[in-house]
Ligand binder design. Sequence first.
Ligand code: ZN
Length: 407
Amino acid sequence: MAHDHPISRLGRWEGYDVAEDWSEVRGGESVYVIRLEPDRGYLRCCSNCGARTAAIHDLVDRRVRDLPVFEHRVELIVPRVRVACPRCGPKLERLPWLDAYARVTHRLAESVGRLCQVMTIRHVARYFGLDWKTVKELDRARLQRELGPVDLEGLEVIALDEFAIQKGHRYATVVVEPMRKRVLWVGRGRGREDVRPFFALLGPQRCAQLRAAVMDMNASYELEVRRHCANAVIVFDLFHVVAKYGREVIDRVRVDRANELRNDLPGRKIIKGARWLLLKNRDSLRPGEDVQLEELLAANHALFVVYVLRDALKNLWDYRHAGDAARAWRSWYRKALRSRIEPLVRFARRLRPYLPGILAHCRWPLGTNLVEGINNKIKVIKRMAYGYRDDAYFFLKIRAAFPGVGR
Ligand SMILES: [Zn+2]
């Protein structure tokens, strides 16, 4: 009778047949319960040595969740078999569709993992009627299994970047292989000792093979790379330098100007509202915004100067010959000092010691939008995670989002 059961043919619980099935209502949900029974003729696999035997030592009932059918949740009652292994004695059977002590089948775990790539844990848990913790653990185990240990062989260039775990509170560091767009490592903190574990993982030999490290103007990263990787050139990436310029120069000049216009309310309002207009890339301006920008710059000389010098600063990253870039830098630096605009002069003086790291970009012209892209993706993952506090899981999600392309 059991072999003919249509559910048995659909469910394909290898080694088992359906003994009986019924539905019941639990907590307002309809649950379809299927009691399985071991197929007596099936050759079972010893989980310890892999030997095959049909001899059953004993059975223990387990309740296991499977994929839902129609509007019903599905619960299996599985008598788990301990085989009488001729070599090992009584041992749990190894099943191709259910792990030892697992409370969900492989296919349910796989569906959970797939949905966790696009949905929050909370939504996946609600969808399958599973516990939040169970869903997270299933996804964590899947990521761990799929990602495996990171491959660090033949690494020549790395990029280091920091990101906030909680707004303004805790920080973390991500290490990326920019060529293959691959996240290599994520760790809590952004200080020297926080990133040291990465270099320990890399080991002295692979550290010595590293030829360039791209980063923000962050002294901890720089010092730590210099300490471990004697042959690596430090490269400062455009995205960070320009972002810093936006915050420390353009924003400062804009706020100062707004304060000067205390008695000109309409003018003050325009300047106060122009933050994004000024920080945006020129080519991502919307129709009309270009006119607005031109008017703003024409009426505010200091803003005009710092805006033009931002574009000139960006151009430094376009040079492919260090000599040309150095010449362009000297010209930029002279203009900055001559402007007598205080935030600009200060920024230029602070930037000067980093010049070698800026010129190194000519030899290592790496796409800086990668760092920006990873930063944005991390924000999305963080939003999806609804601020829960499991760093290890969060970091796995980041690695999974950048598994690397090509080889
Ligand atoms: Zn065995």
